[in-house]
Design a protein around this ligand. Structure first.
Ligand code: NAD
Length: 456
């Protein structure tokens, strides 16, 4: 994908190779004593680029993660950060583990040991490498990792910025948990603001009543599906999970499916839809929007020809393989690429990191001041009009922005601006074949500018 896009960017000889190469990868094997028995765990942290620091990227807990996957995901982080103008290099970590097989105490022990191994060698630090949640990890793990870093570096006043995606009480930021899903929503909203792009996908109108299939109702998928159905009128007609899929053409209640999933660990037995044991087949069902939000390599050469969705929104990282991508492109399927669509997570992580470094919550200084100003405007208006304003109009003036409002506003602005930049590239006269190539080209251009100006 990189090679396809790099042709559209003018670069000094060899710079493309430097941008593409993964700078370093560290593999660790460490023992943890669990229930009196020693277990050995294997993990990686890859740093793809350091043209900006810290390098940033999630840590994934999965039974099948491997070095190549971690390196590829670190590369995606580099391009993702460039696209949304987040001043970071790209990194990613992975630990071979099925987290569902361990209880919270055991996971804490394993996570702290993994964090110690990484931090000792500089692979966790607020200034050089900052992890975030990914598949199988969440705020709890980020909190354990930041605390482990603090124990190793008690004099680092910025220790809390060693991870992002922490619980709010541990230095996290409001809106981070749902940020990637929220970003997916903002990306789709922006897409539907451009009728030409919507027509390009063979669709029309806005998001209301669009029929969507979603794969993976985890952090990203659940929030994206919930926001899109509750706030934009999207009808989720199928949810695909590990153990199969539930389908209901009238639309599924996402909160209800999610509750069932959390309680029973799957969707089998959910009564408000038809159950299909082979979930992957449901990817091929007719719909307007297909939203893979689970894991990579779900749409491959084997099923690409049977995919009927005219629009694929890559909420997960790498759900469409390179060869499948070419097949879909030939058929005119529009793909909004992962390096743009799921960049909401790292964008809000950036806000969290800034909050941690500045040691103050966003809005803390100005909120009441803004409210006071609003109050004064209301009083002036009321005295000029000689009547009281209705409560909702008063509120519009007198509510100062909370941290969450500011986070959403910053995220929305970021997703919109990035879409427009990619779009501009796509519709430029360079015959760029698709949005993904345009997104890569935008990213490569920005990274190369940074190298050219800074030197190698
Ligand atoms: P998660 O672990 O919270 O959720 C993954 C969901 O997918 C779970 O519900 C799981 O049961 C389901 N799933 C797993 N295997 C499946 C399969 N074979 N078929 C169907 N469903 C399956 O993970 P997440 O954080 O939501 O991440 C999902 C994807 O989004 C990953 O590709 C991740 O790299 C990417 N991503 C996550 C973030 C983030 O902020 N969490 C940010 C950017 C990208």
């Amino acid at each position: 994908m990189f090679d396809r896009a790099v042709k559209f960017v003018e670069l000094p000889e060899g710079l493309g190779d430097q941008i593409k190469a993964c700078n370093s990868v560290f593999q660790v094997q460490f023992p943890v004593k669990l229930n009196g028995r020693i277990e050995i765990f294997t993990g990686w942290r890859a740093v793809h680029s350091e043209h900006r620091l810290p390098a940033k990227g999630g840590i994934r807990y999965a039974p099948k993660v491997n070095q190549e996957e971690v390196e590829a995901l670190a590369a995606l982080m580099t391009y993702k950060c460039a696209i949304v103008d987040v001043p970071y290099g790209g990194s990613k970590g992975g630990l071979v583990i099925d987290p569902r097989k361990y209880n919270a105490d055991q996971l804490e022990q394993i996570t702290r040991r993994f964090a110690r191994e990484l931090a000792k060698r500089g692979y966790i630090s607020p200034s050089t490498n900052v992890p975030a949640p990914d598949m199988g990890t969440g705020p709890r793990e980020m909190s354990w990792i930041a605390d482990t870093y603090k124990h190793l570096h008690p004099t680092d006043i910025n220790h809390i910025a060693a991870t992002t995606g922490k619980p709010v009480s541990q230095g996290g930021i409001r809106g981070r948990v749902e940020a990637t899903g929220r970003g997916v929503q903002y990306a789709l909203r922006e897409f539907f603001r451009h009728p030409e792009d919507v027509r390009h996908a063979g669709l029309e109108g806005d998001l209301d009543e669009k029929r969507m299939i979603i794969q993976g109702l985890g952090n990203v998928g659940y929030h994206a599906a919930r926001f899109l159905s509750d706030e934009d009128g999207v009808k989720v007609i199928a949810v695909i999970e590990r153990d199969g899929a539930v389908v209901n053409e009238r639309g599924l209640d996402i909160d209800d499916v999610a509750r069932f999933l959390r309680h029973f660990g799957g969707v089998r037995g959910y009564s408000e839809g038809r159950y299909f044991e082979n979930g992957t087949e449901i990817l091929e069902m007719e719909c307007d929007i297909l939203l893979p939000a689970a894991l990579e390599s779900q749409i491959t050469v084997y099923n690409a020809d049977r995919i009927k969705a005219p629009l694929i929104v890559e909420a997960a990282n790498g759900p469409v393989t390179y060869l499948a991508d070419a097949k879909l492109r030939d058929r005119g399927v529009v793909i909004l690429p992962d390096i743009y669509v799921n960049a909401g997570g790292v964008t809000v992580s950036y806000f969290e990191w800034i909050k941690n470094l500045s040691h103050i919550r966003f809005g803390r200084l100005e909120r009441r001041y803004e409210e006071l100003k609003g109050q004064q405007i209301v009083e002036i208006l009321e005295s000029l009009l000689n009547k009281k304003l209705p409560t909702y109009e008063r509120k519009a003036f007198t509510d100062g922005a909370r941290e969450l409002d500011l986070v959403r506003s910053g995220l929305d602005d970021t997703m919109r601006a990035a879409y427009r930049e990619i779009r501009e590239k796509f519709y430029s006269r360079e015959e760029i074949p698709d949005f993904r190539t345009a997104a890569y080209a935008v990213a490569i251009k920005k990274i190369s500018t940074s190298y050219i100006e800074m030197g190698i």
